[in-house]
Design a protein around this ligand. Structure first.
Ligand code: ZN
Length: 226
């Protein structure tokens, strides 16, 4: 699929408007759609309606749930991947996921006093997931939809949009993972500890090396399964 010069201009303008409007991880679809005009709405609908399986994505549909009401807001203190920090400097976790994460982070810190498990990204509303996808599509991958869809899931396929089984993108105090070499996170003390203990707190590595979903190895991405 290719995008015309006009399409690209429309999407760039829409993205600028979204950034200026401070759309965040809890923003609703109505808030996002209120920033569209007929041209950008048509392109947005087309992108949302794409079939990611046609682009090499092999992940599963994530059950859609209403926006969570009991959410803990966390200030992010490290830049995380994909320019998301520029979109929202906070992360959000449903209360039960926050509690499980806090227990895990406390145990890790007790065993590694100079280290911390930090949250780079947690729950994202479907609208915010679309904004991240758009950001990566426009500003990182230069309108290459195939590459974008293998890096960022559409909302209905993203574990970050799950309320019951939210995924967390972890960051350590050194700022790993970085954009430049994200999988270096696999060499950290944090990752080694998570492999041994995370399951005890209900967290599971969703996309290990050579995962059958065809998603790049994401050693920092851990889903809460209770
Ligand atoms: Zn993730």
């Amino acid at each position: 699929m290719t995008f015309s010069i006009k399409d690209k201009t429309v999407l760039e303008k829409f993205l600028s408007d979204v950034l200026a409007a401070n759309i965040n991880g809890l923003s609703s679809m109505d808030e996002l759609l209120s920033l569209t005009n007929p041209d950008s709405r048509a392109l947005l609908d087309m992108i949302i309606g794409l079939d990611p399986y046609k682009y090499g994505f092999k992940g599963e549909l994530v059950p859609q749930e209403p926006t969570p009401t009991n959410v803990v807001k966390i200030k992010k203190d490290t830049i995380n991947q994909g320019g998301e920090y520029e979109l929202d400097s906070s992360a959000y976790l449903p209360k039960q996921v926050f509690d499980a994460f806090s227990s895990m982070a406390e145990s890790f810190h007790a065993e590694n006093p100079n280290r911390e498990l930090l949250v780079g990204s947690g729950y994202r509303s479907p609208a915010f997931q679309i904004v991240i996808l758009l950001y990566i599509f426009v500003r990182v991958y230069d309108f290459d939809i195939a590459v974008t869809l293998r890096r960022v899931a559409l909302p209905q396929y993203s574990q970050h949009c799950s309320v019951s089984n939210t995924a967390i993108d972890l960051v350590n105090v050194d700022g790993e993972p970085t954009d430049e070499n994200p999988t270096k996170f696999k060499d950290t003390i944090e990752y080694e500890w998570l492999l041994t203990y995370a399951n005890q707190y209900g967290f599971y590595e969703s996309y290990p090396l050579n995962n059958p979903e065809g998603i790049m190895w994401e050693p920092w991405h851990w889903q809460y399964r209770g």
